[in-house]
Design a protein around this ligand. Structure first.
Ligand code: UPG
Ligand code: MN
Length: 781
């Protein structure tokens, strides 16, 4: 789009959080003082001082990284009015939605996401909505077909009355939306009708989920499919044939080909198929992608994002526009610490002032040509001569579909794609690019498209884009751009955190490492540090666990890891807490939320992130590959914020830490400690640290006395006690120790296998044999 408009379409402002900076600097100062003190006196003190010193060095390093990332926050303001002067020039936009499992991701949720996208305030003839279904589920397809019928009523209704929340399940749960009944009886009539129609839609989908659909007619194609082994299904559910501005946008259903022996690369694989199929059909220069659990909350969001992407400066520099992830179903005071609000504000803002926000996998507007591997200063594609060489070269990169290469060339050159009159004519060629083998020997997943190799494909793909020299921007208009559902309990949350931590750590160890990106690519130094901040989550678990073990160890052995005069530690504790509290309050969160986040940080780091760390160790040892365990999206509104537990080993470290601290506190209370070595004994500092940890692990403490799913299972308690007995009694024979480690590893492998089995990868035999091994061992003991 040529820019004749001299005024920028967006502005960027730097923020100054002076108070935050001062407090953070004090924290750093005290950390450095502490390290200095340790270096001066380390010779006089026993072993715990060395461990403490190592951990504190790591904490200081991470603190420097955190400060650097937060130091220069920036935010953007978009000028819709200026963009709307050029309304007729608005570019086409392809909308991608991914879903993978109709059980964990009920189709009604996906349908709401799609409906909210169809109703975007944007010319309908420029939109096309593609849904990728990795579950190959006739139910999802059915739900979408029915939703497209409902959409014909819903979209005009939303536009006529300027409805804000265009996902019906959210709209109808807000009674305030009909406050103006008296003023507008006509509106009320229509509102009632919509509510009724949505009710029909919902019950139709519910019925279909209870009574299997007859696989005839349009559904016959699903009759011989298994969701891990089937050929490509692409269906044009609705086509805006007349190219009308206010009709319904195209709706296309895609279930890519799957073969049992072919790695499908989880979501990244699905995104690449969506990119290619849409390239064959509409080839819009911009792509918005949403997970099936996020819906549009601000119908003008596409316009806001395009202000940034179409701005004359943005056009040259900005690869993607990321909107924050926020959740509608957050429990009061965020008991599971999974709302990530302050994270997006402080770190999101901080990245905004550097090379740009990370790609978070959903709520993001991409430039298609960047996805195709283009660099910002790359103009040789435009200057290339036409000829066989170019075609061959393109085939090596993009695969052998002539039609796709044609469309990719258009996208790379920034030309508008000729509109296709009948989408169904493209189906055969589109199926070809959605097949398993299409990517063989091409650059897909390597230099082009979503990058493979990590379960955090989002951060990896964004990192690759930043390393090419592109920037990105954050866009947070009011009202909030998108809303989604967050993991509903601590178990789902832990699984998600484990996947993130392992996926991110995987990137750190790969050739995409941000420091290599800084040295050999165009990643800016502080952006690389910012990436390190997030990629090192799994690593952080190790020093945290060691540090958490110190107070208990010292109390039990009557030694110390803290100096006699505690003022440096005390000052550190105060400045750190003041700065995090003030950040929470400034973001509008309560003190309770702050505390919940603090304590969940400790729990998550020492359990989920630690397991993420182990998962990558197992990968390095070639014992098992990490899997993408899909987050459950079922509404559990009955959740009261209490912790749930199960037999997963993920609860083992936390339970053990709690037991150790409790034992230590009891020891100190009753004066049981035995004196070892010649150092001074423990002091109030160690006792305070131990008590602080117990406070963090209060949910586990309650779990000891809870019943049903709120109680910690006996097997976990048993294993924790074993672990403590083992590690505190060096005389216990090596054999038991070995057995214990074996049990732990086996357990871990069984969990992985179960997750795989859920995705029907691994045959049951393997799983069963592992179970028997464990039962055997337990009997032997
Ligand atoms: O084989 C798969 C697995 C997942 N998905 C889809 O990927 C999305 C994200 O999965 P989800 O289980 O919801 O993961 P979250 O932890 O909620 O997702 C966050 O973290 C992921 C990376 O770990 C990113 O991909 C997501 O965009 C980001 O929201 C969902 O739409 C899934 O349907 C697929 O399409 N195919
Ligand atoms: Mn999700």
């Amino acid at each position: 789009m040529a820019n004749q408009n001299p005024l920028p379409l967006y502005d960027k402002f730097l923020l100054k959080y002076t108070f935050s900076r001062v407090m953070d600097s004090f924290t750093l100062l005290f950390l450095l003082l502490l390290l200095g003190y340790r270096i001066l006196y380390i010779n006089n003190y026993p072993f715990p001082w060395l461990v403490a010193f190592l951990c504190e060095s790591w904490f200081t390093f991470i603190w420097v990284v955190t400060m650097s990332t937060k130091w220069t926050p920036a935010y953007t303001i978009t000028h819709l009015d200026r963009l709307l002067l050029r309304e007729h020039e608005l570019p086409a936009l392809d909308l991608f939605v991914t879903t993978a499992d109709p059980g964990l991701e009920p189709p009604i949720i996906t349908v709401n996401t799609v409906l909210s996208l169809l109703a975007l305030d944007y010319p309908a003839n420029k939109l096309a909505c593609y849904v990728s279904d990795d579950g190959c589920s006739p139910l999802t397809f059915y739900a979408l077909v029915e939703a497209s019928k409902f959409a014909k009523l819903w979209v005009p209704f939303c536009k006529k009355y300027n409805v804000q929340v265009r996902a019906p399940f959210r709209y109808f749960c807000d009674e305030n939306a009909v406050s103006n009944i008296e003023e507008s009886p006509e509106f009320y009539q229509e509102w009632l009708r919509m509510k009724e129609e949505y009710g029909y839609l919902k019950s139709k989908i519910e019925n279909a989920s209870q009574n299997p659909l007859p696989l005839v007619g349009e559904f016959a194609i699903f009759s011989s499919t298994n969701h891990k082994n089937h050929s490509t299904i692409i269906k044009v559910i609705w086509e805006n044939k007349e190219n009308l501005l206010d009709a319904l946008p195209h709706i296309i259903y895609i279930s890519r080909e799957k073969k049992l022996d072919h790695p499908h690369q989880y979501k990244a694989g699905a995104m690449n198929v969506l990119t290619r199929v849409s390239g064959m059909m509409t080839n819009a220069p911009f792509i918005l992608n949403l997970d099936c659990d996020m819906h549009v909350n601000n119908p003008k969001i596409a316009l806001h994002a395009l202000c940034i992407l179409l701005d004359s400066k943005g056009e040259k520099e900005v690869a993607f526009v990321q909107c924050p992830q926020q959740f509608y179903d957050g429990l009061k005071d965020d008991p599971f610490g999974n709302q990530l609000v302050a994270l997006f504000v402080y770190l999101g803002g901080g990245f905004g002032g550097l090379q740009g926000m990370l790609y978070a996998g959903t709520n993001c507007f991409h430039r298609r040509k960047v996805i195709y591997g283009l660099s910002p200063d790359h103009d040789d594609i435009q200057n290339r001569k036409k000829g066989d060489d170019v075609v061959n070269e393109m085939e090596v990169v993009f695969g052998t579909s002539k039609r796709f290469i044609e469309s990719a060339t258009h996208a790379l050159e920034g030309k508008t794609f000729t509109r296709i009159d009948n989408l169904c004519n493209t189906l055969e060629t589109a199926k070809k690019v959605a097949s398993c083998t299409y990517e063989y020997g091409t650059a897909w997943g390597k230099q082009v498209g979503w990058i493979y190799g990590s379960t955090s494909e989002d951060v990896l793909t964004g990192l690759d884009i930043h390393t090419r020299g592109w920037r990105s921007e954050m866009c947070s208009p009011d009202p909030l751009a998108f809303m989604g559902c967050s993991p509903q309990d601590n178990i789902v949350s832990m699984i998600q955190q484990k996947r993130w931590a392992s996926g991110l750590f995987d990137i750190l160890l790969s050739k995409h490492n941000p420091f290599l990106g800084f040295l050999y690519g165009k990643l800016q130094f502080r952006e690389a540090l910012g990436y390190f901040w997030i990629l090192s989550w799994a690593l952080r678990s190790v020093p945290e666990i060691c540090y958490a073990a110190l107070p208990a160890y010292c109390i039990l052995t009557n030694s110390n890891f803290l100096p006699e005069k505690l003022w440096i530690h005390a000052a550190l504790f105060v400045t750190y807490n003041i700065s995090t509290i003030s950040e929470s309050l400034k973001t509008g969160l309560s003190i309770r939320t702050w505390w919940n986040n603090q304590k969940m940080m400790r729990i998550t780091t020492m359990s989920a992130w630690f397991f993420g760390f182990l998962a990558i160790l197992l990968k390095l040892l070639r014992i098992s590959e990490p899997v993408f365990e899909i987050t459950q999206k079922i509404d559990q509104s009955s959740n009261n914020g209490r912790f749930s537990f199960n037999e997963s080993p993920i609860f083992l470290p936390s339970t053990t830490i709690l037991f150790v601290q409790l034992t230590a506190l009891a020891t100190s209370l009753f004066g049981w400690a035995t004196r070892v070595g010649s150092g001074l004994g423990y002091g109030p500092g160690e006792v305070f640290c131990s008590a602080y940890l117990v406070a963090c692990y209060l949910p586990f403490f309650k779990g000891l006395f809870g019943t049903g799913k709120h109680g910690i299972p006996l097997s976990i308690i048993f294993k924790s006690v074993m672990l403590i007995v083992e590690s505190t009694n060096p005389e216990l024979n090596r054999e038991t120790e070995k057995n214990f480690v074996e049990l732990f590893l086996e357990d871990l492998k069984v969990r992985e296998a179960k997750a795989l089995k859920k995705q029907r990868h691994v045959n049951v035999v393997v799983l069963e044999s592992k179970k028997i091994v464990i039962q055997e061992w337990e009997r032997r003991d």
